[in-house]
Structure formats: C-alpha cells, structure tokens
Design a protein around this ligand. Structure first.
Ligand code: WQD
Length: 343
C-alpha cells in the first residue's frame, strides 16, 4: 500500500483529499499545526472512511521537526496544502506569508532530496494569472505580476518547484485551483472559516444562518453580463479527486516533464449574483444582500479551460454548482446544530 504525506491534511481541501486517498487504497499520514482547523476533523475523516489517518501535529516552520519526521517516515508521495491563504491578510503580514508558505516548502523539498523521496503535488492557484487576457484561461496564459503577497507565494512556490525538479531527481505537479466550494456528501467535513469569512460562499451560508446580517456584493460595475464579478466555483470533492489523478500520474510515471501544472476548475464561470440566485433556489430561501463598492485587488472574471487537465490527468468534474451550494448550506446548518447542542 503506497503511503502519502498530506500536509495541511485537516484543512478544507486537505481533509477532502485525505478521504479520497483512503477511498483509493492509499495509506495516509497527516501533518497539520492546527493553526486554521480543528483536531475534530481527524475524527470526521475516520467517521467517513472507517480509517483514522496517522496524524502528527507539526509546524513545518520548525526545520528540526520536519527533519525528525522524515528520519522516521518514508512516504511514496507528498501532497502539500499547508499554507496561509487569506489574500487580504497577506498584504498586512507579508513576512509571515513568505516564511510559512515558502520557507516550509523549501524544508519539505530538502528532506525529499535528502531521503531520495519523489512525487510532490503543490497547491497552487489561478491567482497566478491575475486578470487573464483571454477567457477561458488555459495553462498557456502568462503568469502575471501577483496582485497580492498570497498570490506571489504561489508563483514563487511554482518557481522553486521548477528549479528543484530540474536539479534533483524530483517530479512535481502544481494544481492551479479556481474557487473551491461545498462540502462532502456525508456533511461530516466542510469549510471551517475562523473569524469573519473572506470567501464568498462561507459568507453567504453564514448570512443565511443569521450569523451575518447581510452579504455585501463587492461591485456590480464590472464588464460582465450582470455587472458582478465572475469566478469558476468547483466542488471541493471534484478538486480533491484531481489531486489523486495528479498523484497517480507521478507514481505511475506518466508525467511528461519533471515539473507540470494544470488548471483545475469546472470550465464554467458564475457571477456573484448568479451564485446568490442559485443558492436561494436550491436551498429555498431568500438571502439578504446589498451591492457595495468593489473590493481592492479583485479581478473581473476567471474561469478555467479544462482541456489539458481533462486529457492529461484523465479527470473531470462530476458535481454541479447546485450540489456544491446545497452541500455548503447543509454543512452550515450542521455547524449551527452542533453549537446549539454544545450550549
Ligand atoms: C469570489 C467573488 C468577490 C466575498 C480567492 C483567492 C483564491 C482562493 C479563493 C484560497 C469575488 C465576491 C466575496 C464577499 C463578494 N484562495 N465576494 N462578497 O477572491 O475569487 O479567490 O479565494 O484558497 O486563490 O484569490 O474568492 O470567495 O473571496 O471571492 O462579493 O463577501 O465573490 O468580489 O468576485 P476570490 P472570494
């Protein structure tokens, strides 16, 4: 049985990927420092799959702890999610972001080199494209100067991977995510934003739950059909499955270069107002929202051309936007229930 290390494996995308890895028969070991999640997610994963992954609470910024882990653990691949990911916050804390998102990447790659380990999957983002000149966005679209420190850490991360895979016997794939949303069918794992949500879907579900008074729609004066910004919202389970496809590509040596990258989206763009309307329809409720000024740094539109990912990874999305928005709401309602029961 192949053993896979998942860093950030108790996070939103990480936990969903651990479930899919276990479903595919991989043995999973998780490293997470619990800075942006809860240890309860480990139990939830075990509830879904019947298997409790090996878990190590390690902060990857502690080089000694990383070295100790790899002196005691041999793995057949690494899927690296652990990183800070708040675009706005990254502008106020650049050094924290460079240290956590890039310093830890270097430590992991050094250990792979030292122990002759291979097969590295990197969590990247469509943010690297900025506002692409052409839509849908293909992998040939140029990487533009990052508009945020967060986006810059993804661009530099890919550069580090390219150089490391060229210099050492290392094969790596960067998955450039579009907008991950939704929750597992079991409603046992989902998005757990700490504090005021930055992302659209958790803010919508918390507004519907009455936790937030109303949703602010950041601008309706974009050059889009209804004036609100367009994004490619991908169900987190489909995104998790893309990681398995990429990992298998490396394990079975089907990669065509030592460093590759793929756009992982649905291929369809949805505006903020379309998301609101779809959320209201599938969940049979009315959402409080108002139109306000644009948010600094936001782009007009981004959605993926999925041709290359479909072909090279043998992967495509299977879940609909409606399923994602319904599962997001069910997950939110479950959080409320849990909190009421704890009171
Ligand atoms: C989506 C749309 C907002 C909140 C970022 C990162 C990306 C990834 C996902 C980490 C935009 C609008 C949002 C709100 C709104 N990061 N919006 N009201 O900015 O596309 O992507 O998060 O995994 O790498 O770049 O996602 O969910 O913040 O915004 O109107 O309260 O919703 O303006 O058009 P974004 P988002």
């Amino acid at each position: 049985m192949k053993k896979i290390l998942v860093t950030g494996g108790l996070g939103f995308i990480g936990a969903h990927t651990v479930v899919e890895l276990q479903n595919e028969g991989f043995e999973v070991v998780i490293i997470d420092n619990l800075s942006n999640t809860s240890i309860n997610v480990l139990t939830s994963i075990a509830d879904i799959t019947g298997i409790t992954p090996d878990f190590h609470q390690i902060d990857l910024r502690n080089k000694g702890d990383v070295q100790e882990f790899f002196s005691n653990n041999t793995v057949d691949g690494i899927i690296h999610f652990a990183a800070f990911k708040a675009v706005g916050e990254s502008m106020h804390k650049p050094l924290d972001y460079y240290e956590n998102n890039l310093g830890t990447l270097v430590y992991l790659l050094q250990e792979m080199r030292n122990h002759q380990l291979n097969n590295f999957i990197f969590s990247s983002s469509c943010t690297v494209y900025g506002q692409a000149d052409e839509l849908p966005i293909t992998e040939k679209a140029p990487v533009k100067t990052a508009e945020s420190v967060y986006g810059n850490t993804k661009q530099i991360g890919e550069e580090i991977l390219k150089d490391a895979s060229n210099a050492y016997n290392l094969n790596a794939i960067a998955l450039r995510y579009f907008n991950p949303i939704g929750a597992h069918d079991s409603i046992k794992i989902g998005e757990l934003p700490l504090g005021v949500p930055q992302n659209l879907i958790p803010f919508i579900t918390q507004t519907a739950a009455g936790i937030r008074k109303e949703l602010s729609v950041f601008g309706d004066d974009y050059d889009t059909p209804d004036g609100t910004a367009v994004r490619d919202y991908i169900h987190v389970v489909d995104l998790a499955k893309a990681h398995i496809a990429a990992l298998k590509r490396l394990i079975y040596k089907n990669n065509k270069a030592s460093f590759e990258f793929f756009n992982v989206g649905t291929g369809t763009g949805s505006s903020v107002l379309e998301i609101i309307k779809t959320f209201e329809k599938v969940n049979n409720l009315k959402l409080n929202y108002k139109i306000v000024a644009r948010r600094a740094g936001d782009i007009t539109a981004a959605y993926a051309d999925t041709t290359i990912a479909n072909k090279e990874l043998g992967w495509k999305t299977e879940k609909s936007l409606e399923e994602a928005l319904e599962s997001a709401w069910k997950w939110q309602q479950k959080q409320q229930l849990k909190q009421q029961q704890q009171q």
